[in-house]
Design a protein. Sequence first.
Length: 596
Amino acid sequence: MTNKVVLPLVVLIAAVLYIRIGQRQKYSVEDPDDVYDYIIGGGGTAGCVLANRLSEDPDVKVLLVEAGGEPDGNTQIDMPALNIYLRHSKVDWDYKTVPQKFSCNACENKKSLVPRGKVLGGSSCINFMVHTRGPPESYNTWAKMGATGWSYNDVLPYFMKSEDMQIPELMNSKYHSVGGPLTITESASGVLSELFLQAGRELGYKVGDLNGENPHGFMRAQANIKDGVRVDAAKAFLKPALHRSNLHVITHAHVTKVMFEGKRAVGLQFIHGAEKKQARASREVILSAGTIGSPHILLLSGVGPKEQLDQFNIPAVADLPVGKHLQDHVGVLFEFFMEKNVSVIKEDMLSLQSRLAWILFGKGPHASNGVEGMAYVNARGGKNERTLPDTQLLLTSFGGGSDSEDTAYSLLGLERKFIKDSNFAAQENRHLFGLLPILSNPKSVGEIRLRTRDPLDYPLIDPRYFEDEQDVKTMVAGIKLAIRVGESKPFKSVGASINPEFWKVPGCTQHGKGDKYLECVVRTMCAIVYHSTGTCKMGASKDPSAVVDPQLRVRGVEGLRVVDASIMPEIVAGNTHAPVIMIAEKAADMIRGAQN
């Protein structure tokens, strides 16, 4: 192209991006004030919601402290299709587990990836944008465990409070609402998701809104995407509140400690640049640093198991089971090849036409998160909607080998040598789709412990995936179900067949093709779904395993709450993003109500 053509095109693209994605805003103050009413430690999903809701009251001052930077201007965050490539980037904490005894055989040193967002908006900026609440029975189970006020009927209004439902047939549903800050659309492209729904019907499952009246069955995936752009928590909640003079945000500020006077939390200490700083809270300190960050800060502050605090000579403020009850979802992603192309391949993603379609119109493959369909099922038998589904099944328009080694490494965390031995490169540029059965109700439980007293040293993360044999058996049943879906008549109509490399997983072939082989695959190629929960567990006042009460107040101290996924008494049987927003919405009302 000549300069006469290129320059106007560049200007047009820049103008369209400016209009569609929005003006770059300055989030951070240079230096915080000395005293605030509320200080929020952690500017991830929950922290952004809290910052917005608490600062609605003009009579209070709120400070949000975040270790990462600002998300604006990062096209990889804004473009849904690029979420895989945010792993190992500057907006990822890039945690890893300790070597796993029962799983992760194909991961380097048997350590699983644990991606977590290190940016305003947190993990909502690097996740797959899938919007699902989880089945009602998850929350009813919380209430039965002693989390009074957290049944499904209690939390449904808070799910709805955030929503801006843009799926036409659901906009008038009694389970959904419009006008909230969080946009919900369908991420499905059409043909592939329709085949998935047909397969569900063929296998005897209901098809409908799993976030509404049908808690079990199949549906087209819902996502937090608007006009082809990711709707993260910073966009949805924090940006609209930045004009308020009573809300201050400080970025690149690593929280190191909760300050106590006696048993009362009075502020936070943090490292900002090379300086050690602090700010005081006259009402409450709220930790929203996530399932890894919140327990880490508590332990460094003297709130945790006394034997662990003593080991590091940290004076104990409260002896609580902080860091225990770590749970996560685990799955196995595998591919089906197709003779007819109804999905996305690498060539589609790299074409100039596809890139321009997203830049100019928010359309095309770049506007999709790659998750086309979702199901909640009991893979081990039964369709009782009053029980927790044991398996969540995701349909994807990509597979582990869609982008040769890069996708398999970034998404699954598999060792490079294993990727080569598994012949992932042979799948590149094939017409394929993926099915990911996820262990939605795990029995295995792990923990987070201090590594050192240095707040910049990551804690030890030991989820103990598949320590409980029941989890392995459920995953085997989930794989068998996924194979039945992929080999159903609807998918056969496009010439679908399972990737033959699935039956050649290194280290497993000696087991034939029965359950023993599938058990080996589960322990070898498990894909971590990044839904860590439970390390500051919520429970009744007499529950010795609880860190916070149903008001999310840390037991044994005053003026301190935890508001994030770490408070879940049991992991919700679905993606955790929407539940975390719900938790923060409910917590904001609790906090404001406590001051009335």
